[in-house]
Design a protein around this ligand. Structure first.
Ligand code: SAM
Ligand code: SF4
Ligand code: SF4
Length: 300
């Protein structure tokens, strides 16, 4: 993170905490729900199959920028399937940076060639060792690892959604993040149980076991892009929801926090680590803020 971005984020954080401001800082544009995979835990793929055109995506980026958002995520569906004429995901990242977004991240399933050096982070979903990843995501592990080894930049961060299938593979993913070239870190989420994937949700005891493993791996020096000071809130789902500093825009519709906000009862069972982390930061939780400063300057 450069000095200008750091100073901006600090000033935003101080204003939000001191004056209890609720302005958003993090925004996500959903480029498409089209996807080449159909993972067992996912409820958002291939519902419409529409790839939103460049003009619409650009307008949505501008809308978020005008709202004061400076951390931008592109998500899907599969982001690397986004095209409009000659334009692809790389053009969108370059455009977002030119527009003034300070941090631009892309979430991907990693099954396409990775040539995205302009992104701050490529959040690449890895859901276990080969066996468990493939059980969740189909036979894609070897292709993903090949694409990572051929990536043109080292800005990759694994993104693992922990569920009943892969909960015992957290250690392996940490070790893979530590030992794989071009991978900077791993970031975790717990499965958020949409109505059609309820059976994959972890119990409180299982979440605690996962957090214990993550803490142990952090202590052993594994590169983990999460804040252990929020684990108790995540295990017990005692963080405030939704996160008002985050918004998502999909097909012109803006939602606070996530596109999941309208699903009855889901927020109370939310497994997204960013929600627990951001809500504690903006509540002014000093322990979380100090850990965040240490962690973010290491990985972004
Ligand atoms: C919806 S995918 C879109 C981007 C890309 N196709 C991918 O798989 O990374 C974004 C992230 O959400 C995660 N995810 C999907 N359903 C989830 C759920 N119910 N709870 C938690 N994470 C989930 C995926 O594993 C992935 O890391
Ligand atoms: S690759 Fe991403 S969008 Fe596609 S099905 Fe899997 S989690 Fe969902
Ligand atoms: S708090 Fe609610 S809207 Fe936000 S990510 Fe969690 S489930 Fe989705």
């Amino acid at each position: 993170m450069n000095k200008k971005t750091f100073a901006y984020m600090m000033s935003f954080g101080i204003k939000s905490v001191l004056f209890r401001k609720k302005d958003p800082i993090l925004g996500t544009v959903i480029l498409t729900d089209k996807c080449n995979l159909s993972c067992k835990h996912c409820s958002v793929n291939n519902i419409t199959g529409v790839i939103h055109p460049y003009s619409k995506v650009r307008d949505e980026m501008q809308t978020l920028y005008d709202m004061g958002i400076r951390i931008l995520f592109f998500c899907g569906g599969e982001t690397f399937m986004w095209h409009d004429g000659d334009r692809d995901i790389r053009d969108l990242v370059i455009e977002a940076k030119a527009m003034g977004f300070m941090i631009v991240n892309v979430v991907t399933n990693g099954t396409f060639k990775l040539d995205l050096p302009e992104a701050d982070l490529i959040l690449l979903s890895l859901d276990g060792d080969r066996e468990r990843h493939n059980e969740v995501r189909g036979d894609t592990y070897d292709l993903i690892m090949q694409n990572i080894s051929e990536a043109t930049s080292d800005n990759i961060c694994f993104y693992m959604a922990i569920n009943k299938i892969n909960k015992d593979a957290v250690r392996e993913v940490c070790m893979t993040a530590k030992t794989t070239a071009n991978v900077r870190a791993v970031s975790f989420n717990f499965h958020t149980p949409y109505p059609d994937t309820e059976e994959l949700a972890l119990s409180t005891a299982e979440k605690k076991e996962c957090c214990d493993v993550i803490t142990e791996m952090m202590d052993q020096g594994a590169p983990i892009f999460n804040l252990k000071s929020v684990f108790p809130y995540l295990i017990n789902n005692t963080f405030p929801v939704p996160c008002v500093q985050c918004v998502v825009i999909e097909d012109g519709k803006i939602s606070t926090c996530g596109r999941c906000i309208d699903i009855p009862g889901l927020c109370e069972r939310c497994g997204y680590f960013f929600v627990a982390e951001y809500t504690q930061i903006f509540k002014g939780n000093l322990i979380v803020i100090f850990e965040m400063l240490r962690t973010y300057t290491k990985f972004v």
